[in-house]
Design a protein around this ligand. Sequence first.
Ligand code: HEM
Ligand SMILES: *[C@@H]1O[C@H](CO)[C@@H](O)[C@H](O)[C@H]1NC(C)=O
Ligand SMILES: *[C@@H]1O[C@H](CO)[C@@H](O)[C@H](O)[C@H]1NC(C)=O
Ligand SMILES: *[C@@H]1O[C@H](CO)[C@@H](O)[C@H](O)[C@H]1NC(C)=O
Ligand SMILES: *[C@@H]1O[C@H](CO)[C@@H](O)[C@H](O)[C@H]1NC(C)=O
Length: 329
Amino acid sequence: MEHKFCVVTLFCLLFLSPLVSCQLDYRFYDATCPNLTRIVQSGVWSAIAKDSRIAASLLRLHFHDCFVNGCDASLLLDDTGSLNGEKNAPGNKNSVRGFEVIDTIKSTVEEACPSTVSCTDIITLVSRAAVYFSGGPYWPVPLGRRDSTTASQNAVNEQLPSPFEPLENITAKFTAKGLDIKDLVVLSGAHTIGFAQCFTFKTRLFNFGESGKPDPTLDASLLQNLQSLCPNQADSDTQLAPLDPVTSTKFDNIYFKNLVNNSGLLQSDQVLMGNNRTASMVFGYSKLPFLFYRDFGASMVNMANIGVLTGSNGEIRKNCRVVNKKTTA
Ligand code: HEM
Ligand SMILES: *[C@@H]1O[C@H](CO)[C@@H](O)[C@H](O)[C@H]1NC(C)=O
Ligand SMILES: *[C@@H]1O[C@H](CO)[C@@H](O)[C@H](O)[C@H]1NC(C)=O
Ligand SMILES: *[C@@H]1O[C@H](CO)[C@@H](O)[C@H](O)[C@H]1NC(C)=O
Ligand SMILES: *[C@@H]1O[C@H](CO)[C@@H](O)[C@H](O)[C@H]1NC(C)=O
């Protein structure tokens, strides 16, 4: 036992420590919270039964947690007098959904195994279940992340990619997190489920790049549908359009087929066809769903490793919305 631990630790120190956190472990809660996966999955299942969009929202929540100073559940913290939370940053406010689902699951987990499982590990498991219950892949998830005691509203603006940025900028934001161009293309496939508000793509419909015309890379019949859904006036800004209009609640590879057809919704989706390297990956995933499923799981694990707190760093929050009270020794 001790020998094995040494070997594993040595291996980590020698080969892996710059890349992944070695304290993450597939069996991290096996002894301390054996029912964790079951609790998470039943919570996600009942949330989807009530709201078919919630799977998409929960998947996105994981992305927005991990991309802003690492997967540390900082996104879940409510504003207080001394803390400016991330959920009210532009990009998250009136956009990120699913906080109540995490609360419900966390409280069931706390009943079964108090002060044991971090909120960010719950988000990680929730996002996997959300994909799986939408018909997508299932993949092994290493656990043992810990929760932050801070949040950063500014980091949201700086670190999260925006749908209006060119591909080079989005790529740079992924690279800054240790993710490569393949992770970017594969993870963009998450837009096979869920919805976007009109203001996130409206510039493509009427006056693209101040040209007075629509984005030429947008399919003509999709353009017509979107123009009638999102008329050129401010009161249509929060209307919802499906990111994948063909199967908006099914996790499949149709997102990539849409891109091949000039039917990506966001500018940041369609630009994946504007570069030879990314376009060839899009073609591949549009033809080979199982390749997409396999790579998606691998890239989700990469994303879930970003900037994790382990060991004695951070804490196990009792309530995902607030930092634990300091206990005086
Ligand atoms: C590559 C850069 C990305 C950009 C620029 C981007 C941008 C966006 C935008 C603008 C929306 C609509 C938000 C709204 O209207 O309120 C959205 C929705 C969504 N995004 Fe992304 N996203 C990106 C990558 C990702 C990644 C990596 C994931 C997950 C792995 C993801 C998952 C989702 C999901 C599932 C939705 C639908 C959420 C819902 O219906 O509640 N996105 N994204
Ligand atoms: C796990 O869940 C099962 C079925 O709901 C239950 O019978 C069992 O007592 C639970 N075990 C623990 C350790 O909570
Ligand atoms: C893209 O990144 C460059 C360099 O950081 C920056 O100057 C530019 O404003 C960015 N473009 C957009 C649209 O965000
Ligand atoms: C995309 O192309 C496929 C096959 O060529 C077709 O079945 C599908 O309807 C097209 N989708 C759109 C939105 O044009
Ligand atoms: C990239 O695509 C363009 C056409 O869009 C083509 O002219 C060019 O040769 C391609 N470059 C490579 C490296 O394949």
